[in-house]
Design a protein around this ligand. Structure first.
Ligand code: HEC
Length: 400
């Protein structure tokens, strides 16, 4: 029986490795300017497309029962990714299927929009280890570009511009004049919801509002799917890409529950800039396949009591003791998982609202530093840690 189980599990593991998306891709070098690139640009015919898998981010449960239930049924998603660069700018395209177009009405609070985000590793002296996938970690910053699908809105009063305000019921403007008026209002409308943030850890995102990042993002819905594009410099105050640029991809589905729609997230993807020397260490970190034995790792996780705090099996309740690990293998690198086991306080997932869950804090504060409440497993031997990492890498839901 044990032998059979081993075979089935290892087959499953092999299959999931074979089906996994590309975690290393190439930004094709072009000589064109990229600042006006959008989904329709002909330049994309020069790009190489890769498939990347995204998973529901399930580390922390929502404060919403309906959303928790809905999230249980959620699957991962395959997205197509391509990139171009010209030595000073990079353009990234993400294409994903979405059966319904959900556009946020600026004044509605009960509709959620589709959207996408690209998270880049921020510049640091050392490019490694990569930042925590959930919006960076202390000393390992990230830059997040967020684009949401919004409807055209024009708010004369909001803009303190009443020159184009009329009462449509009682207006003396009609016919051609009214059409001209409507066209003018439409041209003044704001259609874009593009934001850039820096972060050094979950909930630390700060918007960059001083226009110090020159970027341009847009989204287009066609044939039951979105194409999102982003152009930004390869080097600015926040990132410094040479050779390889680590990026993580997130998409939101506004039709699915969650405070901002369902979020799906990739692990770190290494984008190699064609024409320059790749940063092999970063590529290796993004693409590492643990050499451990997942079957032994499952047993080691059981004997070491990981499930005492963590939800590992979807059928077990998630609880409030620790992050759920049901999709941890989908959006984490092996290096991050190893570090989580050996040095729990290196990155601290901050957890719930501490006022609401005062009895199960995920960290305490000692001498001004966050110290994880997770057991320190640095006593485990290297082989066992590798096995547990290999097992954790298999924890992820099915991809559509
Ligand atoms: C005493 C409770 C407890 C036990 C036992 C425990 N953990 Fe944790 N774990 C936590 C807490 C709390 C966090 C969140 C704080 C942090 O980031 O360290 C965490 C975080 C993690 C993370 C990062 C999760 C994320 O979303 O990024 C991983 C991976 C992890 N643990 C793996 C394990 C493994 C593997 C075991 C068993 C060998 C284990 N844990 C045992 C409490 C525990």
């Amino acid at each position: 029986m044990k032998k059979l189980l081993t075979t089935i599990l290892s087959l499953g593991v092999a299959a999931s490795a074979a089906l996994a998306g590309d975690l290393s891709l190439t930004a094709v070098k072009v000589s064109d300017k990229l600042d006006t690139v959008s989904a329709d640009s002909a330049l994309w015919s020069k790009a190489k497309f890769s498939t990347v898998d995204l998973y529901p981010q399930t580390a922390i449960e929502f404060n919403d029962k309906e959303a928790i239930e809905a999230n249980k049924a959620n699957k991962g998603k395959k997205v197509q990714v391509a990139a171009l660069h010209n030595g000073s700018e990079i353009a990234v395209l993400v294409k994903w299927a979405d059966g319904s177009k959900n556009v946020q009405g600026i004044k509605c609070t009960d509709t959620y929009s589709d959207g996408f985000a690209l998270q880049f590793a921020g510049s640091t002296k050392k490019a490694q280890p990569l930042p925590y996938i959930g919006m960076g970690s202390e000393g390992r910053p990230v830059v997040v570009h967020l684009q949401k699908a919004t409807e055209k809105v024009y708010e004369p009063n909001g803009n303190k511009d009443v020159s184009t305000q009329i009462n449509r019921q009682q207006t003396g403007v009609f016919g051609k004049e009214l059409a001209e008026y409507d066209a003018k209002v439409a041209s003044l409308a704001n259609t874009d919801f593009e934001r850039v943030f820096v972060g050094e850890g979950f909930r630390s995102l700060t918007e960059i509002k001083d226009k110090s990042v020159k970027s341009n993002a847009s989204m287009k819905y066609e044939n039951k799917g979105w194409t999102g594009t982003l152009v930004r410099p390869l080097k600015d105050d926040y990132i410094s890409a040479s050779g390889t640029l680590p990026v993580a991809i997130a998409v939101w589905d506004g039709a699915k529950h969650g405070r901002n729609g369902l979020k799906l997230l990739s692990s770190w993807v290494a984008i190699n800039l064609e024409g320059s020397k790749a940063n092999n260490a970063v590529v290796a970190e993004a693409t590492e396949v643990s050499k451990g034995d997942a079957v032994k790792g499952k047993l080691a996780a059981e004997t070491n009591g990981c499930a005492g705090c963590h939800q590992i099996d979807k059928s077990a309740p998630a609880g409030t003791m620790a992050p759920s690990l049901v999709n941890i293998g989908g959006y984490s690198t092996a290096a991050y998982l190893r570090e989580s086991i050996l040095k729990p306080s290196a990155v601290v997932v901050p957890g719930y609202n501490r006022n609401a869950h005062a009895n199960t804090p995920w960290y305490t504060i000692e001498k001004g530093k966050r110290v994880s409440t997770m057991t320190d497993y640095s006593f485990l031997d290297k082989g066992t840690v590798d096995d547990i990492v290999a097992y954790l890498k298999t924890l992820k839901v099915e991809v559509e």
